[in-house]
Structures are given as structure tokens and as C-alpha cells.
Ligand binder design. Sequence first.
Ligand SMILES: [Zn+2]
Length: 145
Amino acid sequence: MKDNNCFYCEDGQKRHELMYEVCKMDLCTLYVLRNQKYRGRMVLKFNDHVPDISALTEDQNRRFFGELRKVAAALMSLYHPDKINYAIYGDLVPHLHVHIVPKYKGGPEWGGPFVDGGEAKILDDAQLEEIAKTMRAELKKGEAK
Ligand SMILES: [Zn+2]
């Protein structure tokens, strides 16, 4: 299921400008945001062009949240955030994806919703690959449990 007008389906230039692929999971693909204003910020994309969680089957729902839980556990153990914020919007990009945003006491927007604006911290491919590499290893450790 793909939509030609969707940058998540297209998986081309626009997606590449915003985020860097960490790994493919069973139902999802994990990306690290180029803007690491929130250290460890990622996006978990459902691979099929599904507009909303209400469109998932019971089994897909269970597996989708299972993958989200694995990512969250890996982020907790790597970055030790004080909290992880999760957001599913999709008003303008109706392809199911979750923003996974580690938050830190004393860091940006602690105690409030995360925002895309403000001071950006853009990483290059080598720095993003470092993050991706440690995430892949951490996710693999989680599988062994
Ligand atoms: Zn799509």
C-alpha cells in the first residue's frame, strides 16, 4: 500500500533531508531526526500507507506498539531521558508515524510539548550513523531478552 503523494512512501529526497534511516523492523522503519535538538529524537514509520491506528488490525496494532516499546526501551537505556514524549499527528502527512522525543529536565520544552522551531542542532551523516549504529546494537540486545 503506497501513496504517490506521500514523502514517507516515496522515501526519497525530502525524507532524507529530514531524517536518517536507523533500521527496518518487522512492520516499521526507524529513523533518527537530523535535527537532534532533543537528543535521541526519532520517528517510527509504519511501512504501509495507513492513515491512522484505527485502520490497523488487532494483530498489527499489537505488533506496532511492540516495536514502539522496543525503540523506547533502547532510547531509555542509551540516553537516560527523564521522559519520552510520543506524538502521532499526520494532519498534513497522513501516513502512520510516531514522533519519539526524549525529554530532559532542564532541556528544551521540559514540562511542555516539544516544538519543531527554536534552536536546531543539525547533525551530519557521520554523526547520524554513529547514533544509528548504537541504536541498532541496543535494539539487538533487546531482542535477546
Ligand atoms: Zn505514505
